[in-house]
Design a protein around this ligand. Structure first.
Ligand code: CO
Length: 175
């Protein structure tokens, strides 16, 4: 495993539509392992393959329970993820992105999403996410279509040291 370099704006790979994964071989396995290591090292709560310069539809997410800090964070790796249902209910929250260091923005997102995709071996899977986890999935899946949080934000501001993927006021993650 290896920590890969995180691409930052204005690198073009961040604005491209990523390709669907069809080969679940060793290169994909290495990519996913490296993305997990890169996300943890950053640290961040999610990472999309274009953020390590690879235009493929792969995301990793690792986030704990927002109500109970004793619950260990859960790791998800998803290939070809798609949001199949998003709640009408939405909430505005503060996001950052490892590819846009030094900025935060308020973004309105659905409070609940149903995500469909494949696991790292190609097996179909679906999952339901709420709250911050739902926000993280929406942010990461946007990356696969070249969409960044600054495109959706109502307000963006400079914040020193803001390099984490998604933050909330009550969640302090030192970069
Ligand atoms: Co991001």
């Amino acid at each position: 495993m290896a920590v890969r370099e995180i691409t930052t704006i204005p690198e073009k790979v961040l604005r491209r539509k990523a390709r669907k994964v069809t080969d679940f071989g060793v290169d994909l396995q290495t990519l996913i392992d490296d993305m997990v290591e890169t996300m943890r090292e950053a640290p961040g709560v999610g990472l999309a393959a274009p953020q390590v310069g690879i235009p493929l539809r792969v995301i990793v997410v690792e986030f704990g329970d927002e109500e109970d800090e004793n619950v260990p964070p859960k790791l998800f790796s998803l290939v070809n993820p798609e949001i199949v249902r998003a709640s009408k209910d939405s909430i505005t929250g503060t996001e950052g992105c490892l590819s846009i260091p030094g900025y935060l923005g308020d973004v309105e997102r659905s409070t609940q999403v149903l995500v469909k995709g494949q696991n790292r071996h190609g097996k179909p899977m679906r999952l339901k996410a709420n709250g911050w986890l739902a926000r993280i999935f929406q942010h990461e899946i946007d990356h696969l279509d070249g969409v960044l949080f600054i495109d959706r934000a109502e307000k963006v501001w400079e914040a020193e040291g803001a390099a984490m993927q998604v933050v909330s006021p009550d969640m302090v993650i030192e970069p």
